[in-house]
Design a binder for this molecule. Sequence first.
Ligand code: IDP
Ligand code: MG
Length: 148
Amino acid sequence: MAIEQTLSIIKPDAVALNRIGDILARFERAGLQIIAARMLQLTPAQVAEFYSVHKDRPFYPTLVEFMASAPVMAQVLQGEDAVKKNRDLMGATNPRKASPGTIRYDISRDVPEAEMHRNAVHGSDSAETARAEIAFFFKAGEVLPRGR
Ligand code: IDP
Ligand code: MG
């Protein structure tokens, strides 16, 4: 295992439910350090770029509208195996299918199937993706790794 950095986003649904602190506490309890954080409201154009890998999927327009609808919180997490650790904390993409105790199950399990884009959090899916996604939100001097 290696020390990695990964990008996490608390999506508009979880921000609206006042779960920012709950989610950040889960990262810290799991041994991940928050080494950058920023609250912002994305424009539709920014979301479209961020999620461009999904541009041909049927849910893309809905996803873009949702992610630009209200503020989000973006943070960089650092720690051993951070990419997978964060994905494990998040749970499955469809919150109704996520395991109990994961962020997506705990916060979003009651969303209707047709609104499964409302799944509380984003997390990078590889170390390589993480580098690009971190750079999307943060300049070099805004990411502040610490020894402990
Ligand atoms: P991930 O967030 O678990 O990595 P991806 O497949 O990368 O899942 O999809 C990105 C986001 O697009 C999801 O988090 C979710 O918000 C939305 N999404 C993915 N699949 C669907 C779907 O089948 N219906 C509606 N929204 C979806
Ligand atoms: Mg993904």
